[in-house]
Structure formats: structure tokens, C-alpha cells
Ligand binder design. Structure first.
Ligand code: ZN
Length: 217
């Protein structure tokens, strides 16, 4: 059984599986045996318009090694107008839906936007909040709306708030990731397993099953 590193910007080692993030504006040079997610990140929305990039994404998303759409999403900490971000995100939701591929979501101060969006959306693919950092109340609401959660290195900073959120997440909606950090994914599993009072092996196999179930090869 491989160790799942759900979302990373770095190559995965042989004992790991997961999705390597591919920003659509870069050349796609897939390595054999590796899997990717491809998307247009809200930070990368160009001033001159996103039509070309979205077309490129629609082509790339069919690639057999691209197994999810993202990271894409909404970020209220940047200057790009939120309605523009929403329009571009909506197109990526549609693409994910059309191809039956899950969505990997970047969210900064936009969990309530996402709750509304998912409530009113007819999307049926899994929506995974990567680098999750919401509080317990937000987590409860997101769980009710069917979201999946991927926790990263922030967990290791021993934020009580985030630890509480982690413990609320149903085991079949859970992932771990390193994202851009060089932290070992192993250390995140060890920390989380101790919080759950599970063995590291149990937690690893739970997450592996989740990965197999929602990420279709
Ligand atoms: Zn990322």
C-alpha cells in the first residue's frame, strides 16, 4: 500500500501516490506512473483574460494522467475581483462535472462562499478543500454539504482549532498533503494518527481507500 500525499507541488517518491499540482499556464511534461491535477489557480488569473488558458485546460483535462481539476477556487486575500474569480471557478466546476473528475479547491477566507456555491450547484463530483484550515463550526457546515478535506503541514503547528476540526471529519472524507512544503508526509500521518488514537497504519489505509474510491484511473 502506498502512502497518499493528496496534493503536492513536488515529485512524489516511489512509496507514495497522490496528485502533483499542475498550473495550466505551464508546459505539461508528465512523468510515467505519476498522476496530476490541472487547473487555473485564482492567483494566476491573467489581466488579459483567461479564455485561452481555460481552453488549454479543457484539452489537458482529458489526459489520462490528469485525474482531477485544480487547484482552483476562491481567494479573498488577493486583489483579483471575486466575481471574476467566481466566473473562472464556475467554468472549472463545469469541466470537472463533464469529465467526472474531482475538484481540488484553494480557499482563503471563502469557506462561506463555497458553502453557498455547493448548496446551489448540481455538481456531483467530490469537492476537496486542500490545505484545510477551518474552525469547528465551519467544518460542521462543510461536512453537511458533502465536502472532502485535505490537511497539510499547518496541522503540525499544533493549532488546537485545527486539531478539533480534524477530529470532526468523517474518516471517508479525509486526506493529507504536503502542498508546497517540504515537510515529510509521514510526519503528518504520525501526528494525525495520535490525535485520532489510531495506528499510523490504520490511518494510512483509510486514506488510501479514500484515494482509490474518488480518484479514478
Ligand atoms: Zn497547492
Amino acid at each position: 500500500m502506498k502512502l497518499v500525499n493528496f496534493h503536492t507541488h513536488l515529485p512524489l517518491s516511489n512509496n507514495q501516490t497522490g496528485l502533483i499540482n499542475h498550473p495550466v499556464q505551464l508546459d505539461f511534461l508528465p512523468k510515467p506512473g505519476q498522476y496530476y491535477s490541472a487547473g487555473l489557480h485564482p492567483w494566476d488569473i491573467p489581466d488579459e483574460g483567461s479564455n485561452e488558458l481555460l481552453k488549454q485546460l479543457a484539452r489537458l483535462a482529458n489526459h489520462s494522467q490528469v485525474l482531477a481539476i485544480g487547484e482552483c477556487g476562491l481567494d479573498r486575500s488577493i486583489e483579483t475581483p471575486i466575481d471574476l474569480q467566481q466566473a473562472i471557478f464556475a467554468q472549472q466546476i463545469e469541466l470537472a462535472e463533464k469529465l467526472h473528475k474531482p475538484l481540488i479547491i484553494h480557499a482563503v477566507r471563502t469557506y462561506s462562499d463555497l458553502l453557498q456555491l455547493k448548496k446551489s450547484s448540481r455538481s456531483t463530483v467530490p469537492w476537496i478543500l486542500h490545505g484545510y484550515s477551518g474552525n469547528a463550526e465551519t467544518t460542521r457546515q462543510l461536512i453537511k454539504q458533502g465536502f472532502f478535506f485535505s490537511f497539510g503541514a499547518a496541522l503540525l503547528k499544533s493549532q488546537t482549532k485545527l486539531n478539533q476540526s480534524l477530529l470532526l471529519v468523517p474518516s471517508d472524507r479525509l486526506f493529507f498533503e504536503t502542498d508546497e512544503s517540504t515537510v515529510n508526509i509521514e510526519s503528518i500521518y504520525i501526528f494525525a494518527a495520535s490525535l485520532f488514537g489510531k495506528t499510523v497504519n490504520e490511518l494510512q489505509s483509510t486514506v488510501f481507500e479514500n484515494f482509490q474510491r474518488i480518484i479514478k484511473r
